[in-house]
Design a protein around this ligand. Structure first.
Ligand code: SAM
Ligand code: 2KA
Ligand code: SF4
Ligand code: MG
Length: 242
């Protein structure tokens, strides 16, 4: 079957995270994940609660829907999930987007490789810290990062670690020390990703952002790093598909 399981197609919005934060983009969110992070803000992609909303779509159908929703108002598409790296046939979607001169971002956790990673313009790998309950297979991560390094295309890669607590922070330092040449982002963890009280959430996240900044500023082992919030949560809270 040549279809891609899709849960959401939305935008244009801004990329709220990481290496191209602020970028105007459409999103394609695939269903299914090989992880089950304790704090996943998109758990509906894998926990069965949105099973009825999954659509099996061809790459062409996804492209048509992107145009139907986004009109002429986009030149960038971000593929996220779930873990899009579970899906070999995203290759066909990547090809269609490139034929139409659309730049492509990818969000994935670094547990699986696909050859189509080589065609992604802005590739974010987000290994998971201890608080997620997941364990990083550093052999796999090494392989993925060395494949990207060998890639001749001039693409941009980055590592982005979400931090919830001190143990996560130490984990982030380990990852940065292992791959010092890869652009490195720290992201504030949202520990209340179900609340609909946007005001309270904003206060909480701003406070946590300040704490993370303060910590990094005093830390000589994290110098060439960028510390970011999830900008979209500041604006839209925990709302879905924004
Ligand atoms: C929902 S995931 C989907 C892509 C891929 N599975 C991954 O984890 O990289 C997209 C991004 O959201 C981050 N994320 C998920 N839950 C979060 C939370 N509660 N707070 C902050 N970031 C979160 C992930 O770490 C990842 O960088
Ligand atoms: N605006 C916005 N930015 C994002 N960056 C990463 C997202 C994701 O869920 O992968 C995301 C998202 O869902 N919305
Ligand atoms: S890897 Fe990403 S989508 Fe999968 S459970 Fe973790 S945060 Fe959620
Ligand atoms: Mg998200």
């Amino acid at each position: 079957m040549n279809k891609i399981p899709v849960l959401e197609i939305f935008g244009p919005t801004i990329q709220g995270e990481g290496m191209v934060i602020g970028q105007k983009t459409m999103f394609v969110r695939t269903a299914g994940c090989d992880y089950s992070c304790s704090w996943c803000d998109s758990s509906f992609t894998w926990d069965g609660t949105a099973k009825a909303d999954i659509r099996q779509m061809s790459a062409n159908e996804i492209w048509e829907e992107l145009k139907a929703i986004g009109g002429e108002g986009f030149s960038f598409v971000t593929i996220s999930g779930g873990n899009p790296a579970l899906l070999k046939n995203i290759d066909s979607l990547v090809d269609i987007l490139q034929q139409n001169h659309i730049k492509i971002g990818l969000e994935t956790q670094g547990s699986l490789w696909q050859d189509w990673f080589n065609k992604i313009d802005e590739l974010t790998i987000s290994p998971k810290p201890p608080s997620s309950g997941m364990t990083t297979d550093f052999n796999v991560l090494d392989t993925i990062l060395s494949k990207l390094e060998l890639n001749e295309r001039k693409q941009n890669n980055s590592l982005k670690i979400v931090v919830f607590d001190d143990e996560d922070y130490e984990y982030a330092k380990t990852v940065h020390a292992r791959y010092p040449a890869v652009p490195f982002f720290l992201q504030v963890g949202n520990d209340d990703s179900k609340t609909s009280d946007d005001g309270q959430l904003l206060n909480r996240l701003l406070h946590r952002y300040e704490q993370l900044i303060n910590k990094v500023m005093l830390d000589d082992s994290l110098n060439d790093v960028k510390v970011l919030p999830q900008l979209h949560t500041f604006i839209w809270g925990n709302k879905r598909a924004v």
